[in-house]
Ligand binder design. Structure first.
Ligand SMILES: Cc1cc2nc3c(=O)[nH]c(=O)nc-3n(C[C@H](O)[C@H](O)[C@H](O)COP(=O)(O)OP(=O)(O)OC[C@H]3O[C@@H](n4cnc5c(N)ncnc54)[C@H](O)[C@@H]3O)c2cc1C
Length: 418
């Protein structure tokens, strides 16, 4: 099978988030022709950033990357200069009422990174076409073996591809196509609001309240709100950058509480709402104070968290004969508890590449392609459904101090459980 250019089949990835970018590197490393399309205008289109802890899937991620890109991963680590010992590689959970330590989940080998900085590292060397929001996917030329598909964009343009990987996030458009039912494919509002803030206190004593809880990140649970804090950036993120003085470190805080929201609240409106809320004030110190001290102008967002429990796809017609599938948050958007979302995205990418390589090894035989991608979809749906369901159960236990000890996080830590 050859592509429109007469060389190897072309894989089009929808979405230049971490999943799409990682998939692009892994595919390129395995000799595939790959291009990413993203609806945003450019990589820095949104100032929003958050931290992600890379843990059980980190070795798989490193193996998917070419050596030169893997070597740049430290640029994305929140505090690359930290001496990583067993304490730094753990996640403490404090009692949200008393402030006492309840437990610390060990995460050996883990590294907390800035999503924005990791995205910048992974974007290097990849063909990304920005401002291309996918509208639909159609069979390219009935009867012609390759290229098989046409991707249509909201700007009216189209491109041909042989395979499409939907890595278009929690509100995925490609999900509606493969499930073949837009309603069934719609994410479920969780009834939980989630606030994130990026903060420069400019005061060593305030920064110390963050690092005293933990040098990387910590949470407080068992109250009407879950609180969290940690270090986001200690340097400017450039190659070999020196750490700033702790007073100038950028930290973050998060808060989760019950509520519903039609649309994102951001900026000063969000900060004021959070400072004035009883559930913020009632959180144990210093989690309550870190919210109260938020300087004017800090980046802050409040959203309702959504999830989607994967269901079987709509058959060969919907997946264009096994050529279109999903990976990452498009496949299984989950609540952030236990930081599993990207670990499963990495697992998806690894399995996707293996399925494509196996299909290539079978000389692009149609039956082999259908078999490989049916197996990919089935495994990903089962694993994703379990992980999403666990994340929802985990959230339900986190607001009652009597139930926190029943959380997977307390019983079996952050390890793989789906
Ligand atoms: C606060 C927070 C903390 C988290 N912590 C952890 C953690 O500790 N550990 C962990 O493993 N996971 C964590 N996660 C989850 C993790 O961030 C995601 O699983 C991960 O970033 C993968 O996202 P993605 O690339 O699949 O989707 P996204 O990052 O949403 O990327 C999707 C991309 O697709 C583009 N797009 C959307 N629609 C279209 C379209 N129609 N056409 C073209 N492009 C489109 C978007 O512009 C976007 O660039 C956390 C998430 C949050 C929000």
């Amino acid at each position: 099978m050859t592509s429109s250019t007469g060389s190897s089949p072309k894989v089009a990835i929808v979405g230049a988030g971490l999943t799409g970018l990682l998939a692009a590197h892994g595919l390129k490393k395995n000799g595939f022709d790959v291009v990413i399309f993203d609806g945003e205008a450019h990589i820095d289109a949104r100032p929003r950033d958050w931290t992600i802890v890379l843990h059980w899937a980190l070795p798989v991620m490193q193996a998917l990357l070419p050596d030169d890109v893997a070597a740049k991963l430290p640029r994305s680590i929140c505090n690359p200069d930290l001496e990583f010992d067993a304490n730094a590689e753990s996640f403490p959970v404090y009692n949200g009422i008393t402030g006492d330590l309840m437990f610390a989940s060990p995460m050996p080998g883990s590294r907390r990174i800035s999503r924005q900085r990791l995205r910048a590292v992974l974007a290097e060397g990849i063909d990304i076409q920005w401002g291309k929001r996918v509208r639909g996917i159609a069979a390219h030329n009935a009867g012609s073996p390759s290229p098989a598909l046409t991707l249509a964009f909201e700007d009216g343009s189209t491109i041909a591809a042989d395979f499409v990987l939907g890595a278009d996030g929690a509100n995925s458009r490609v999900r509606g196509i493969v499930v073949d039912d837009v309603d069934k494919a719609r994410s479920t509002p969780s009834g939980l609001l989630f606030a994130t803030a990026i903060v420069n206190y400019g005061d060593p004593a305030k920064v110390k309240t963050v690092t005293d809880k933990h040098p990387v990140a910590a949470a407080a649970m068992g109250m009407s709100a879950v609180g969290g804090c940690g270090v986001l950036y200690v340097n400017d993120g450039s190659e070999g950058a020196k750490a700033r003085e702790p007073a100038d470190w950028t930290t973050f805080w998060v808060k989760i509480w019950k509520g519903q929201l039609d649309k994102t609240i951001q900026g000063q409106d969000a900060i004021e709402m959070l400072k004035n809320s009883d559930s913020s004030k009632q959180l144990a110190a210093p989690f309550n104070l870190q919210i109260e001290w938020t300087p004017e102008g800090s980046v802050c967002y409040i959203d309702e968290m959504k999830y989607w429990v994967p269901v079987p796809f709509g058959g060969l017609e919907a997946t264009h004969d096994g050529r279109v599938t999903l990976a990452g948050d498009s496949a299984h958007p989950m609540l952030i508890y236990r930081g599993q979302g990207f670990q499963h995205a990495i697992t998806d990418v690894d399995n996707y590449i293996k399925a494509l390589v196996a299909t290539r090894n079978a000389n692009w035989d149609e039956a082999a392609r259908r078999r490989e991608f049916a197996a990919y979809d089935a495994e990903m749906i089962e694993r994703g459904a379990k992980a999403v369901t666990q994340s929802v159960q985990e959230a339900a236990l986190s607001f009652d101090v009597e139930k926190v000890s029943k959380m997977l996080m307390a019983k079996q830590g952050h390890g793989r459980s789906a």
